[in-house]
Design a protein. Sequence first.
Length: 99
Amino acid sequence: KKILKHINRPADIEESRYDLPVSAMEYEIIDAVRSHDCTIICSETGSGKSTQVPQFLYEAGLSTPGWWSQLNGVDVSVGEEKSERLLIGITQPRRVAAV
C-alpha cells in the first residue's frame, strides 16, 4: 500500500517547480529511496536537489511511520506514543571524497 499526499500549490509555484532539472527524475528518486538504505543524488548547483527532493519524499509518504513499518516490519514508536512523522534529512557536503 502506497501513501501519497496531495499538496495544493499556487499555479505559478507549481509551474516553476517543474522547470527544475531534478523534477524530471522525481519517480526514479522516490524509487531509489524506497529500494535502498542510502541514496546519493549528484547534480548541478541550482537543479533543485535540496529544495525539491525533500518535497518529493514527503509527498510520496516517506515521512510517515506506516511506510517505515511496512518496509522494515518494525513498529516506529517514541516512548509510549506512536510518532506521527519521521524526519527527512538532507545534507550538502561540499566535497565528496572517494576511497
